[in-house]
Design a protein around this ligand. Structure first.
Ligand SMILES: [Zn+2]
Length: 197
């Protein structure tokens, strides 16, 4: 590891939350676009599994071929493949998940946001050890930080604010502080590396 030679020297304690969010956004810019997330109603297939559209359609083809009568019982008569897909495949929009969704068949990353638990786990995973490694990791960090504020304050300034009085704002404030305290060291370390490159 070479030593860091910064010119002009930058005051890393003066980086604002908004600058850090921008950095995370830039680092995730090369991540491939994620595909829409699809799933099935419980009677047709395990509702807890997520699929990309291509794999969902293949599963419909397989299940229809294996037992056409059951398909008709569940969804009625469909004249074309497309009608069958539309009848059986659910989703196609972004929903909340406890962990970043992937297609169970082909492992392609799918669109989605994270629950509070999902955010917590993901930030733990991405701030542990080496930090985010790939554009996809950075994109996941970006997703995990979706509800943090991008204020023009440093983390220290943000933390020093009095917590808001009403319970909802107080909760948002506490969550934001918690997330930023875990994420900021990783983001600033990466910004420093960028300056040294
Ligand atoms: Zn797939």
């Amino acid at each position: 590891m070479g030593s860091l030679i910064l010119s002009p020297p930058r005051d890393w304690s003066a980086v604002t939350l908004r600058e850090m969010r921008r950095h995370v956004g830039r680092r995730s810019a090369e991540a491939p676009d994620s595909s829409a997330c699809h799933w099935f109603g419980a009677d047709f297939h395990d509702a807890g599994e997520n699929f990309c559209r291509t794999c969902a359609e293949k599963l419909v083809d397989q299940k229809f071929a294996a037992d056409p009568a059951r398909f008709v019982y569940l969804y009625g008569d469909c004249d074309t493949d497309e009608e069958r897909y539309d009848a059986a495949i659910d989703g196609g929009w972004s929903t909340e998940h406890d962990s970043p969704p992937y297609c169970v068949t082909c492992s392609e990353p799918l669109d989605g946001t994270l629950t509070d638990t999902g955010v917590d786990d993901e930030i733990d995973a991405l701030t542990d050890g080496a930090g985010p490694q790939t554009p996809h990791d950075w994109a996941m960090l970006d997703v995990a930080m979706i509800n943090t504020r991008g204020e023009d304050m440093t983390l220290a300034e943000y933390v020093a604010q009095p917590a808001p009085k009403d319970p909802l704002s107080a909760k948002i404030h506490a969550t934001t502080v918690d997330i930023w305290q875990r994420v900021a060291p990783v983001v600033i370390a990466d910004m420093r590396k960028g300056d040294a490159r």
